[in-house]
Design a protein around this ligand. Structure first.
Ligand code: PGA
Length: 259
């Protein structure tokens, strides 16, 4: 795993957007695997700025999203369909038929998982998959205990995930209990993976990811078995690692500092 240590969230977002833009320029028909949550928001803003300023085109890019809540209509403000549409898709020149997300509103969720896996198979999985990390180590909505062999499936959200995501809803009760998520085996089929971790709430998870063993109870550890993973981590999220590894951060540079 390549680790890029950056000072803060701003810098993390700059480095992440640079990597994604390079990918799109070098491979204009690439498949981008996209994530939701607080962490990638600024990265997406920077992609939009670049699109406006430099006209980087996404016309031949396909996107696949990691997950969607079960039971939230696509137009619900907290659905991941809404998130992606408002924060990214409507502001780039993506073709609507090239945008792929699981649908958490269908009556047959098992069929929907199969449909999504067929799309992933057809597209041959992301060329670049963007990931956040939960403070419990989840990636996508693969919660602790998820077998690494899982394809797309309906997952039960852990209490810690529902609590973490309650900040986006009016009340904890409104946070859905289930979601459709790409499984870990699908995520690992991505050619390249870019994981972003920012802030103190991620410090323990980042330490576990960097120094822990492969462990089903810490889903992000599955990334240890992938050949091309880059982790961009800011200084607050690196706090626990520095305590044990005595790693010093360099001065802020746009490229970050590789450990
Ligand atoms: P966050 O979520 O970006 O909102 O912290 C990350 C995740 O849960 O994967």
């Amino acid at each position: 795993m390549k680790i890029i240590a950056v000072n803060d969230y701003e810098e993390l977002s700059k480095v992440a957007s640079k990597i994604i833009i390079e990918k799109v320029k070098n491979q204009p028909d690439c498949v981008l695997g996209l994530a939701t949550g607080g962490t990638p928001e600024k990265t997406y803003q920077l992609l939009i700025e670049d699109f406006k300023r430099n006209a980087t085109t996404y016309q031949n890019v396909n996107t696949v999203n990691l997950d969607e809540y079960v039971g939230l209509p696509n137009n619900h403000p907290q659905s991941y369909h809404s998130y992606m549409f408002h924060k990214l898709f409507k502001l780039l020149d993506l073709k609507s038929e090239n945008i792929h997300m699981p649908d958490g509103m269908v009556s047959d969720l098992q069929e929907e998982c199969k449909r999504y896996d067929m799309i992933l198979d057809h597209l041959n999985y992301p060329d670049l998959q963007l990931l956040g990390i939960g403070s419990n180590g989840h990636i996508g909505f693969n919660e602790p205990g998820s077998p690494f062999s899982q394809k797309t499936y309906v997952t039960t959200l852990s209490e810690s995930t529902r609590l973490a995501n309650a900040r986006f809803f009016n009340h904890l009760d409104e946070v859905p209990s289930h979601a459709i998520t790409m499984g870990i085996s699908g995520i690992l089929k991505s050619k390249e993976i870019l994981l972003l971790a920012s802030g103190e709430s991620k410090a323990k998870a980042v330490k576990e990811l960097l120094v822990g063993e492969l462990d089903m109870n810490f889903p992000a550890s599955a990334l240890k078995s992938h050949k091309h993973v880059t982790i961009i981590v800011d200084s607050l999220a690196l706090k626990e690692v520095r305590k044990i590894k005595d790693i010093e951060l360099s001065e802020a540079t746009c490229g970050g500092h590789e450990i």
